[in-house]
Design a protein around this ligand. Structure first.
Ligand code: NAP
Length: 302
């Protein structure tokens, strides 16, 4: 019988698996796609303590291998529903059913769309949510990045080395992302900051040809002739199958404090899917450790 099920094999889930197995818990990690989560598409990770330079994929591979070597089991299945009865969590997937008395939800978040009328039609035809994945399709061409967080800044940096022009469109004149990264971007002659501006329309026939942007302060409207538009405006938590199990906030994040405990005994939330202020690799890894040790303590005290 399993002691613990972890849903999600991103940084938080893999860190939880490492700590849970080291605490002697029989642990199953369920992941619907590739292990590693969001970090796998980051080409450079320079802010993980003790590892000055690595790639997201390399880091993810290391975490997965470490968890597997320690004895964590993995099931690459899609979770369809989760129920709790009599202190036992039943996780139904597209391949079967798994049960355990403790559950860690570490399913992270997915990309938020801009919500423009033509956005879906142009997705894969100019609109992308992953510069690392799709940047090379726009080699030598003009593109725009939308957003002011670390993802947008990183995307602009990657694209500056590939594309002829990169317009960085942000709705304010202050960036949420790291100051050092903003300064680095300013050194690229082919990056133009388009601040206080929002994209209001996308234009093109079969493929994207232009993004219409409006300056929110002056009302000025500009038509940026771009082949690509990279949307990096944050994430939406992926908690839908679990939302009924515990309290969530208005955005759908599972309410849990620094101890990662949700409103339901035995149910923990770790990583980007829980309420928190800093969503970073290190905080996801920290959550995994806290949730796993919390689960071990919960199981001991039952
Ligand atoms: P984020 O930090 O939430 O930033 C989202 C950005 O998009 C903000 O600048 C926001 O503007 C803007 N935005 C939101 N909705 C918008 C809309 N409808 N239209 C236009 N702009 C909109 O998201 P993120 O950049 O994806 O980062 C998520 C988390 O991962 C963060 O904690 C980040 O630090 C972390 N991360 C870390 C690394 C790294 O450490 N290497 C890399 C990538 C991401 P406002 O600022 O005006 O709200």
């Amino acid at each position: 019988m399993l002691d613990l099920i972890i849903v999600g094999a991103g940084t938080a889930g893999l860190s939880a698996a490492i700590y849970a197995t080291r605490a002697g818990l029989s642990t199953l990690v369920i992941e619907r796609a590739m292990y590693g989560g969001q970090i796998t598409v980051s080409p450079e990770v320079d802010n993980y303590p003790g590892i000055p330079h690595t790639s997201g994929a390399e880091l993810a591979q290391g975490m997965y291998q470490q968890a597997e070597d320690l004895g964590a089991q993995f099931a690459f299945e899609t979770v369809e529903s989760v129920e709790e009865e009599g202190g036992l969590y039943t996780v139904r997937t597209d391949a079967g059913t798994h049960t355990a008395p403790a559950l860690i939800l570490a399913t992270g978040a997915q990309n938020r769309p801009l919500g423009l009328a033509e956005e879906q039609r142009f997705t894969g035809r100019g609109v992308s949510y992953c510069a690392t994945c799709d940047g090379m399709f726009f080699k030598g061409r003009p593109v725009a990045v939308v957003g002011g967080g670390n993802t947008a800044l990183e995307d602009a940096e990657v694209l500056a080395g590939i594309c002829s022009t990169v317009y960085l469109v942000h709705r304010r004149d202050q960036f949420r992302g790291e100051h050092a990264q903003v300064e680095r971007l300013r050194t690229h002659a082919n990056v133009e900051f388009v601040l206080d501006s929002v994209v209001t329309a996308l234009e093109g026939e079969d493929k994207l040809q232009a993004a219409v942007v409006e300056n929110r302060k002056t009302g000025e409207v500009r038509r940026l002739e771009v082949d690509g538009l990279f949307v990096a405006v944050g994430q939406i938590p992926q908690n839908q199958p679990f939302a009924h199990l515990a309290e969530t906030d208005a955005q759908g994040y599972l309410k849990a404090g620094e101890d990662c405990r949700t409103s339901r005994p035995g149910l923990f939330a770790a990583g980007d899917g829980r309420t928190k202020t800093v969503r970073q690799l290190v905080t996801a890894a920290a959550d995994g450790a806290v949730a796993a040790l919390g689960a071990a303590e919960y199981l001991r005290s039952r």
